[in-house]
Design a protein around this ligand. Structure first.
Ligand SMILES: [Zn+2]
Length: 473
Protein backbone atom coordinates (compact mmCIF):
# COMPACT_ATOMS: atom_id res chain seq x y z
CA UNK A 1 0.00 0.00 0.00
CA UNK A 2 2.80 2.38 1.03
CA UNK A 3 4.60 1.49 -2.16
CA UNK A 4 1.46 2.19 -4.17
CA UNK A 5 0.99 5.59 -2.52
CA UNK A 6 4.67 6.35 -3.20
CA UNK A 7 4.29 5.40 -6.87
CA UNK A 8 1.14 7.47 -7.13
CA UNK A 9 2.90 10.49 -5.60
CA UNK A 10 5.91 9.99 -7.85
CA UNK A 11 3.80 9.78 -11.01
CA UNK A 12 1.79 12.85 -9.97
CA UNK A 13 5.04 14.68 -9.40
CA UNK A 14 6.32 13.73 -12.86
CA UNK A 15 2.98 14.78 -14.38
CA UNK A 16 3.03 18.13 -12.57
CA UNK A 17 6.62 18.81 -13.55
CA UNK A 18 5.93 17.82 -17.17
CA UNK A 19 2.96 20.18 -17.24
CA UNK A 20 4.84 23.01 -15.61
CA UNK A 21 7.74 22.48 -18.01
CA UNK A 22 5.33 22.93 -20.82
CA UNK A 23 3.85 26.08 -19.37
CA UNK A 24 7.30 27.39 -18.35
CA UNK A 25 8.39 27.65 -21.95
CA UNK A 26 5.63 29.36 -23.89
CA UNK A 27 6.77 31.11 -27.03
CA UNK A 28 6.63 34.72 -28.06
CA UNK A 29 5.31 34.44 -31.58
CA UNK A 30 5.35 38.16 -32.25
CA UNK A 31 8.48 40.09 -31.33
CA UNK A 32 9.08 43.81 -31.77
CA UNK A 33 12.57 45.18 -31.21
CA UNK A 34 12.55 48.98 -31.15
CA UNK A 35 15.97 50.66 -31.29
CA UNK A 36 16.14 54.38 -30.61
CA UNK A 37 19.50 55.27 -32.14
CA UNK A 38 21.37 57.42 -29.62
CA UNK A 39 18.46 57.25 -27.16
CA UNK A 40 20.08 57.29 -23.73
CA UNK A 41 18.35 57.77 -20.40
CA UNK A 42 18.31 61.57 -20.70
CA UNK A 43 16.99 61.54 -24.27
CA UNK A 44 13.99 59.67 -22.80
CA UNK A 45 13.82 61.76 -19.63
CA UNK A 46 13.98 65.12 -21.46
CA UNK A 47 11.09 63.93 -23.66
CA UNK A 48 9.05 63.03 -20.57
CA UNK A 49 9.75 66.45 -19.04
CA UNK A 50 8.90 68.22 -22.31
CA UNK A 51 5.61 66.35 -22.54
CA UNK A 52 4.85 67.14 -18.89
CA UNK A 53 5.53 70.86 -19.53
CA UNK A 54 3.14 70.92 -22.50
CA UNK A 55 0.51 69.07 -20.49
CA UNK A 56 0.95 71.46 -17.54
CA UNK A 57 2.09 68.68 -15.22
CA UNK A 58 4.45 69.48 -12.39
CA UNK A 59 5.74 65.90 -12.27
CA UNK A 60 6.58 63.45 -15.04
CA UNK A 61 4.57 62.57 -18.15
CA UNK A 62 4.75 58.99 -19.39
CA UNK A 63 5.59 57.82 -22.89
CA UNK A 64 4.06 54.57 -24.10
CA UNK A 65 7.24 52.64 -23.45
CA UNK A 66 8.09 54.25 -20.11
CA UNK A 67 4.99 52.51 -18.71
CA UNK A 68 6.42 49.05 -19.51
CA UNK A 69 6.64 46.82 -16.42
CA UNK A 70 10.29 45.81 -16.85
CA UNK A 71 12.94 48.51 -17.08
CA UNK A 72 16.65 48.01 -16.82
CA UNK A 73 19.86 49.15 -18.44
CA UNK A 74 22.31 47.75 -20.92
CA UNK A 75 26.03 48.11 -21.64
CA UNK A 76 26.98 48.96 -25.23
CA UNK A 77 30.81 48.86 -25.59
CA UNK A 78 32.24 47.34 -28.77
CA UNK A 79 35.12 44.89 -29.23
CA UNK A 80 37.67 47.68 -29.60
CA UNK A 81 36.16 50.66 -27.77
CA UNK A 82 34.22 51.66 -24.67
CA UNK A 83 32.35 53.98 -27.02
CA UNK A 84 30.55 52.02 -29.71
CA UNK A 85 29.35 53.08 -33.13
CA UNK A 86 26.03 52.04 -34.61
CA UNK A 87 27.61 49.29 -36.75
CA UNK A 88 29.30 47.48 -33.86
CA UNK A 89 26.29 47.99 -31.62
CA UNK A 90 23.88 46.99 -34.39
CA UNK A 91 25.92 43.83 -34.92
CA UNK A 92 25.70 43.07 -31.19
CA UNK A 93 21.94 43.73 -31.08
CA UNK A 94 21.32 41.69 -34.23
CA UNK A 95 23.75 38.79 -33.83
CA UNK A 96 24.84 38.62 -30.19
CA UNK A 97 28.51 39.19 -31.00
CA UNK A 98 30.90 42.05 -30.29
CA UNK A 99 32.84 43.42 -33.22
CA UNK A 100 35.03 46.44 -33.95
CA UNK A 101 33.57 49.89 -34.56
CA UNK A 102 32.66 50.31 -38.21
CA UNK A 103 32.23 46.58 -38.94
CA UNK A 104 28.81 45.28 -39.95
CA UNK A 105 27.67 41.73 -39.19
CA UNK A 106 31.18 40.26 -39.20
CA UNK A 107 33.81 39.33 -36.65
CA UNK A 108 36.86 41.45 -35.81
CA UNK A 109 39.07 39.52 -38.26
CA UNK A 110 36.50 40.20 -41.01
CA UNK A 111 36.44 36.51 -41.93
CA UNK A 112 33.26 35.25 -40.25
CA UNK A 113 29.74 36.38 -41.13
CA UNK A 114 27.51 36.36 -38.06
CA UNK A 115 23.93 35.15 -38.51
CA UNK A 116 21.39 37.66 -37.20
CA UNK A 117 18.34 36.84 -35.13
CA UNK A 118 16.25 38.11 -38.08
CA UNK A 119 17.94 35.64 -40.43
CA UNK A 120 17.37 32.84 -37.92
CA UNK A 121 13.72 33.83 -37.51
CA UNK A 122 13.21 33.84 -41.29
CA UNK A 123 14.74 30.35 -41.57
CA UNK A 124 12.45 29.10 -38.80
CA UNK A 125 9.33 30.24 -40.69
CA UNK A 126 8.64 33.59 -39.05
CA UNK A 127 7.94 36.61 -41.22
CA UNK A 128 10.52 39.35 -40.84
CA UNK A 129 10.26 43.13 -41.10
CA UNK A 130 13.11 45.67 -40.90
CA UNK A 131 12.14 49.33 -40.50
CA UNK A 132 14.06 52.55 -40.04
CA UNK A 133 13.52 56.29 -40.24
CA UNK A 134 16.98 56.66 -41.82
CA UNK A 135 18.50 54.90 -44.83
CA UNK A 136 17.50 51.23 -44.88
CA UNK A 137 21.15 50.38 -45.73
CA UNK A 138 22.38 52.39 -42.74
CA UNK A 139 24.29 50.60 -39.95
CA UNK A 140 21.43 49.66 -37.60
CA UNK A 141 18.96 48.16 -40.11
CA UNK A 142 21.89 46.78 -42.16
CA UNK A 143 23.12 44.79 -39.15
CA UNK A 144 20.05 42.57 -39.42
CA UNK A 145 20.58 41.47 -43.04
CA UNK A 146 24.07 42.47 -44.25
CA UNK A 147 27.68 41.46 -43.66
CA UNK A 148 30.32 43.94 -44.76
CA UNK A 149 33.79 44.96 -43.62
CA UNK A 150 32.66 48.56 -43.32
CA UNK A 151 29.36 50.28 -42.57
CA UNK A 152 30.27 52.81 -45.25
CA UNK A 153 29.89 50.22 -48.02
CA UNK A 154 26.33 51.40 -48.59
CA UNK A 155 25.98 50.05 -52.10
CA UNK A 156 27.17 46.58 -51.11
CA UNK A 157 24.81 46.63 -48.12
CA UNK A 158 21.92 47.69 -50.40
CA UNK A 159 22.69 44.77 -52.69
CA UNK A 160 22.38 42.38 -49.75
CA UNK A 161 18.84 43.55 -48.93
CA UNK A 162 17.04 41.40 -51.54
CA UNK A 163 19.28 38.42 -50.75
CA UNK A 164 17.72 38.30 -47.27
CA UNK A 165 14.26 37.45 -48.69
CA UNK A 166 12.82 39.25 -45.66
CA UNK A 167 9.15 39.99 -46.05
CA UNK A 168 9.04 43.72 -45.40
CA UNK A 169 11.47 46.62 -45.49
CA UNK A 170 9.89 49.90 -44.52
CA UNK A 171 10.65 53.57 -43.93
CA UNK A 172 13.91 54.97 -45.26
CA UNK A 173 15.29 54.57 -48.77
CA UNK A 174 18.76 53.65 -49.97
CA UNK A 175 21.84 55.77 -49.36
CA UNK A 176 23.95 55.77 -52.59
CA UNK A 177 21.55 53.52 -54.60
CA UNK A 178 23.86 53.71 -57.62
CA UNK A 179 27.13 53.65 -55.71
CA UNK A 180 29.35 56.46 -54.52
CA UNK A 181 30.11 57.68 -58.05
CA UNK A 182 26.56 57.03 -59.28
CA UNK A 183 27.71 54.62 -61.99
CA UNK A 184 26.45 51.24 -60.78
CA UNK A 185 23.15 49.43 -61.47
CA UNK A 186 20.32 50.97 -59.42
CA UNK A 187 19.89 49.06 -56.15
CA UNK A 188 16.12 49.74 -56.18
CA UNK A 189 15.93 48.04 -59.54
CA UNK A 190 18.01 45.11 -58.30
CA UNK A 191 15.51 44.72 -55.44
CA UNK A 192 12.51 44.74 -57.79
CA UNK A 193 14.24 42.30 -60.15
CA UNK A 194 14.67 40.00 -57.14
CA UNK A 195 10.91 40.05 -56.60
CA UNK A 196 10.41 43.00 -54.25
CA UNK A 197 7.45 45.32 -54.71
CA UNK A 198 8.66 48.89 -54.35
CA UNK A 199 5.99 51.19 -52.88
CA UNK A 200 7.18 54.79 -52.64
CA UNK A 201 4.04 56.89 -52.79
CA UNK A 202 1.39 57.36 -50.11
CA UNK A 203 -1.19 55.64 -52.35
CA UNK A 204 1.07 52.67 -53.14
CA UNK A 205 2.00 52.23 -49.47
CA UNK A 206 -1.58 52.50 -48.26
CA UNK A 207 -2.79 49.96 -50.80
CA UNK A 208 -0.35 47.28 -49.61
CA UNK A 209 -2.32 44.53 -47.92
CA UNK A 210 -1.98 41.32 -45.92
CA UNK A 211 -0.66 38.57 -48.17
CA UNK A 212 1.62 40.87 -50.20
CA UNK A 213 5.08 39.37 -50.07
CA UNK A 214 8.55 40.90 -50.35
CA UNK A 215 7.58 44.51 -49.87
CA UNK A 216 9.92 47.51 -49.82
CA UNK A 217 7.93 50.56 -48.72
CA UNK A 218 9.83 53.85 -48.89
CA UNK A 219 8.60 57.09 -47.33
CA UNK A 220 7.91 59.69 -50.05
CA UNK A 221 9.15 62.39 -47.67
CA UNK A 222 12.88 61.69 -47.45
CA UNK A 223 16.18 63.52 -47.98
CA UNK A 224 18.49 62.30 -50.78
CA UNK A 225 20.30 60.17 -48.17
CA UNK A 226 17.15 58.11 -47.65
CA UNK A 227 16.32 59.52 -44.18
CA UNK A 228 12.94 60.92 -43.16
CA UNK A 229 12.44 64.66 -42.97
CA UNK A 230 12.87 65.89 -39.41
CA UNK A 231 9.76 65.50 -37.27
CA UNK A 232 10.23 68.98 -35.84
CA UNK A 233 9.89 70.43 -39.37
CA UNK A 234 6.46 68.84 -39.59
CA UNK A 235 6.43 68.37 -43.36
CA UNK A 236 3.16 66.82 -44.42
CA UNK A 237 4.57 64.67 -47.23
CA UNK A 238 6.71 62.69 -44.79
CA UNK A 239 4.90 59.69 -43.30
CA UNK A 240 5.60 58.85 -39.67
CA UNK A 241 7.45 55.78 -38.46
CA UNK A 242 4.14 54.70 -36.85
CA UNK A 243 2.58 54.54 -40.32
CA UNK A 244 5.18 51.97 -41.35
CA UNK A 245 4.81 49.92 -38.17
CA UNK A 246 1.03 49.79 -38.59
CA UNK A 247 1.43 48.68 -42.21
CA UNK A 248 4.08 46.18 -41.13
CA UNK A 249 1.73 44.56 -38.65
CA UNK A 250 -0.89 44.28 -41.40
CA UNK A 251 1.63 42.63 -43.75
CA UNK A 252 3.44 40.38 -41.29
CA UNK A 253 0.77 39.14 -38.86
CA UNK A 254 0.27 35.43 -39.49
CA UNK A 255 -0.17 32.28 -37.40
CA UNK A 256 3.55 31.41 -37.66
CA UNK A 257 4.54 34.73 -36.08
CA UNK A 258 6.93 37.54 -36.96
CA UNK A 259 10.02 39.47 -35.92
CA UNK A 260 10.01 43.22 -36.50
CA UNK A 261 12.95 45.57 -35.88
CA UNK A 262 12.10 49.27 -35.86
CA UNK A 263 14.79 51.92 -35.67
CA UNK A 264 14.20 55.57 -34.74
CA UNK A 265 17.39 56.68 -36.44
CA UNK A 266 17.38 60.46 -36.15
CA UNK A 267 17.43 60.78 -32.36
CA UNK A 268 21.14 60.08 -32.83
CA UNK A 269 21.48 62.61 -35.63
CA UNK A 270 19.76 65.32 -33.58
CA UNK A 271 22.07 64.64 -30.64
CA UNK A 272 25.19 64.73 -32.86
CA UNK A 273 24.25 68.36 -33.41
CA UNK A 274 23.24 68.82 -29.75
CA UNK A 275 19.71 69.66 -30.89
CA UNK A 276 17.56 68.87 -27.86
CA UNK A 277 14.21 69.88 -29.36
CA UNK A 278 14.77 67.81 -32.53
CA UNK A 279 15.82 64.84 -30.35
CA UNK A 280 12.60 65.19 -28.34
CA UNK A 281 10.40 65.39 -31.46
CA UNK A 282 12.13 62.30 -32.90
CA UNK A 283 11.67 60.44 -29.59
CA UNK A 284 7.97 61.36 -29.46
CA UNK A 285 7.59 60.06 -33.02
CA UNK A 286 9.43 56.86 -32.09
CA UNK A 287 7.06 56.47 -29.14
CA UNK A 288 4.05 56.76 -31.45
CA UNK A 289 5.50 53.86 -33.43
CA UNK A 290 5.71 51.89 -30.18
CA UNK A 291 2.02 52.68 -29.61
CA UNK A 292 1.16 50.67 -32.76
CA UNK A 293 3.00 47.65 -31.34
CA UNK A 294 1.25 48.19 -28.02
CA UNK A 295 -2.17 48.07 -29.71
CA UNK A 296 -1.16 44.74 -31.29
CA UNK A 297 0.13 43.46 -27.93
CA UNK A 298 -3.26 44.15 -26.37
CA UNK A 299 -4.82 41.73 -28.86
CA UNK A 300 -2.19 38.99 -28.29
CA UNK A 301 -0.72 39.65 -24.84
CA UNK A 302 0.39 36.06 -24.23
CA UNK A 303 2.26 35.74 -27.51
CA UNK A 304 3.81 39.17 -27.98
CA UNK A 305 7.07 40.65 -26.71
CA UNK A 306 7.99 44.32 -27.15
CA UNK A 307 11.53 45.48 -26.39
CA UNK A 308 12.50 49.15 -26.56
CA UNK A 309 16.16 50.10 -26.22
CA UNK A 310 19.03 52.00 -27.85
CA UNK A 311 22.28 51.13 -29.56
CA UNK A 312 24.20 53.78 -27.58
CA UNK A 313 23.79 57.27 -26.15
CA UNK A 314 24.74 60.30 -28.27
CA UNK A 315 26.01 63.70 -27.19
CA UNK A 316 26.46 62.98 -23.48
CA UNK A 317 23.17 64.73 -22.85
CA UNK A 318 22.52 65.78 -19.25
CA UNK A 319 19.26 67.12 -17.86
CA UNK A 320 20.05 69.79 -15.26
CA UNK A 321 23.09 71.97 -15.86
CA UNK A 322 23.26 73.63 -12.48
CA UNK A 323 20.25 75.80 -13.21
CA UNK A 324 16.53 75.20 -13.07
CA UNK A 325 15.29 72.76 -15.71
CA UNK A 326 12.68 74.31 -18.01
CA UNK A 327 12.11 71.85 -20.84
CA UNK A 328 8.96 73.69 -21.92
CA UNK A 329 11.19 76.39 -23.48
CA UNK A 330 12.08 73.93 -26.23
CA UNK A 331 8.54 74.18 -27.62
CA UNK A 332 9.51 77.52 -29.20
CA UNK A 333 11.99 75.85 -31.54
CA UNK A 334 10.03 74.98 -34.69
CA UNK A 335 12.81 74.01 -37.10
CA UNK A 336 15.69 71.55 -37.37
CA UNK A 337 19.19 72.98 -37.48
CA UNK A 338 19.52 71.48 -40.95
CA UNK A 339 16.46 73.33 -42.30
CA UNK A 340 17.48 76.50 -40.45
CA UNK A 341 20.81 76.28 -42.30
CA UNK A 342 18.91 76.15 -45.60
CA UNK A 343 16.71 79.06 -44.50
CA UNK A 344 19.83 81.11 -43.78
CA UNK A 345 21.34 80.28 -47.18
CA UNK A 346 18.21 81.56 -48.94
CA UNK A 347 17.94 84.55 -46.65
CA UNK A 348 21.54 85.60 -47.30
CA UNK A 349 21.11 85.18 -51.04
CA UNK A 350 18.06 87.46 -51.03
CA UNK A 351 19.36 89.87 -48.39
CA UNK A 352 23.14 90.11 -48.76
CA UNK A 353 23.24 93.25 -46.65
CA UNK A 354 20.90 92.08 -43.90
CA UNK A 355 21.27 93.80 -40.54
CA UNK A 356 21.90 92.04 -37.23
CA UNK A 357 18.34 92.77 -36.14
CA UNK A 358 16.93 91.24 -39.31
CA UNK A 359 18.90 88.05 -38.74
CA UNK A 360 17.89 87.96 -35.09
CA UNK A 361 14.24 88.25 -36.15
CA UNK A 362 14.75 84.93 -37.95
CA UNK A 363 16.33 83.42 -34.84
CA UNK A 364 13.41 84.63 -32.76
CA UNK A 365 10.89 83.28 -35.23
CA UNK A 366 12.40 79.77 -35.20
CA UNK A 367 13.88 79.46 -31.69
CA UNK A 368 11.95 82.00 -29.60
CA UNK A 369 15.28 83.51 -28.56
CA UNK A 370 15.37 87.02 -27.16
CA UNK A 371 11.64 86.97 -26.63
CA UNK A 372 11.17 87.99 -23.00
CA UNK A 373 7.48 87.07 -23.08
CA UNK A 374 8.55 83.45 -23.62
CA UNK A 375 11.20 83.61 -20.90
CA UNK A 376 13.93 83.53 -23.53
CA UNK A 377 15.61 86.93 -23.29
CA UNK A 378 19.32 86.93 -24.13
CA UNK A 379 22.04 88.04 -21.73
CA UNK A 380 24.52 90.74 -22.95
CA UNK A 381 27.17 88.00 -23.35
CA UNK A 382 24.84 85.94 -25.51
CA UNK A 383 24.00 88.96 -27.68
CA UNK A 384 27.75 89.51 -28.13
CA UNK A 385 28.17 85.91 -29.28
CA UNK A 386 25.35 86.23 -31.79
CA UNK A 387 26.93 89.46 -33.09
CA UNK A 388 30.25 87.66 -33.65
CA UNK A 389 28.65 84.77 -35.50
CA UNK A 390 26.46 87.17 -37.52
CA UNK A 391 29.55 89.11 -38.60
CA UNK A 392 31.27 85.88 -39.74
CA UNK A 393 28.15 84.73 -41.54
CA UNK A 394 27.84 87.88 -43.58
CA UNK A 395 31.57 88.36 -44.15
CA UNK A 396 32.29 84.94 -45.60
CA UNK A 397 30.65 81.60 -46.15
CA UNK A 398 31.29 80.21 -42.70
CA UNK A 399 28.40 78.15 -41.47
CA UNK A 400 26.44 78.31 -44.67
CA UNK A 401 26.61 74.73 -45.83
CA UNK A 402 23.21 73.48 -44.68
CA UNK A 403 24.29 69.84 -44.78
CA UNK A 404 27.27 70.55 -42.59
CA UNK A 405 25.74 73.13 -40.28
CA UNK A 406 23.90 70.75 -38.06
CA UNK A 407 26.93 68.55 -37.51
CA UNK A 408 29.41 71.38 -37.06
CA UNK A 409 32.04 71.04 -34.37
CA UNK A 410 32.82 73.55 -31.65
CA UNK A 411 35.63 75.07 -33.70
CA UNK A 412 33.27 76.23 -36.43
CA UNK A 413 30.39 77.62 -34.44
CA UNK A 414 27.59 78.50 -36.82
CA UNK A 415 24.41 80.46 -36.25
CA UNK A 416 22.26 77.28 -35.95
CA UNK A 417 24.84 75.86 -33.51
CA UNK A 418 24.75 78.96 -31.37
CA UNK A 419 20.94 79.10 -31.31
CA UNK A 420 20.84 75.44 -30.23
CA UNK A 421 23.51 75.95 -27.61
CA UNK A 422 21.82 78.96 -26.03
CA UNK A 423 18.40 77.31 -26.07
CA UNK A 424 19.78 74.09 -24.51
CA UNK A 425 21.41 76.10 -21.75
CA UNK A 426 18.21 77.98 -20.94
CA UNK A 427 16.20 74.73 -20.91
CA UNK A 428 18.73 73.20 -18.50
CA UNK A 429 20.46 70.74 -20.83
CA UNK A 430 24.19 70.32 -21.26
CA UNK A 431 26.17 68.21 -23.70
CA UNK A 432 29.50 66.42 -23.36
CA UNK A 433 30.33 66.20 -27.07
CA UNK A 434 29.00 65.99 -30.61
CA UNK A 435 29.58 62.25 -30.64
CA UNK A 436 28.58 59.01 -28.93
CA UNK A 437 29.17 58.33 -25.25
CA UNK A 438 29.89 55.04 -23.50
CA UNK A 439 27.13 55.36 -20.93
CA UNK A 440 24.72 52.41 -20.53
CA UNK A 441 21.32 52.79 -22.19
CA UNK A 442 17.82 51.99 -20.92
CA UNK A 443 15.87 48.83 -21.81
CA UNK A 444 12.08 48.57 -21.55
CA UNK A 445 10.23 45.27 -21.99
CA UNK A 446 6.61 44.20 -22.06
CA UNK A 447 4.99 40.85 -22.75
CA UNK A 448 5.97 37.23 -23.14
CA UNK A 449 9.53 36.78 -21.84
CA UNK A 450 9.75 40.25 -20.27
CA UNK A 451 11.33 38.80 -17.11
CA UNK A 452 14.55 38.06 -19.05
CA UNK A 453 15.17 41.80 -19.00
CA UNK A 454 14.77 42.14 -15.27
CA UNK A 455 18.50 42.58 -14.71
CA UNK A 456 21.39 44.54 -16.17
CA UNK A 457 22.20 43.14 -19.60
CA UNK A 458 24.72 43.66 -22.39
CA UNK A 459 23.74 44.51 -25.97
CA UNK A 460 24.85 40.99 -27.04
CA UNK A 461 22.16 39.52 -24.75
CA UNK A 462 19.24 40.99 -26.74
CA UNK A 463 19.29 38.59 -29.74
CA UNK A 464 20.11 35.67 -27.40
CA UNK A 465 17.00 36.41 -25.33
CA UNK A 466 14.88 36.99 -28.44
CA UNK A 467 16.15 33.70 -29.89
CA UNK A 468 15.23 31.94 -26.68
CA UNK A 469 11.72 33.35 -26.35
CA UNK A 470 11.00 32.72 -30.03
CA UNK A 471 12.35 29.17 -29.76
CA UNK A 472 15.09 29.74 -32.35
CA UNK A 473 17.89 28.02 -30.41
ZN1 LIG B 1 25.66 58.38 -34.23
Amino acid sequence: MRKLIFLFLLSSLILVSACSNQSAAPKAKYVFLFIGDGMGTNQVYSTQLFKAALEGKADLAELNFTTFPVQSHMTTYSANSRVTCSAASGTALATGNKTNNGVLGKDTSLTINFESVAEKAKKAGFKVGILSSVGINHATPGSFYAHQNSRGMYYEIAKELPLSSFDYFGGGGFINPTGRDKSLPDAYQLATEAGYTLANTVEAINSLKAGDEKVFAVNPGIYPGGDFYWRIDNKEESLSLAHFVKKGIELLANPQGFFMMVEGGKIDWACHSNDAAASIHETLDFDKAVAEALAFYRQYPDETLIIVTADHETGGMIVGNGHEVNMGLLQYQNISAQEFGRTLVNFKENNPGASFDEVMALVQNHFGLDDATKGLELTPDEVKLFKTVYAELFKGDKGLNPDKDYLASNETLTLPDLALRVLSKKAGISWASNDHSGTPVPVFALGQGQSHFNTRIDNTDIPKIVGKVMGLE
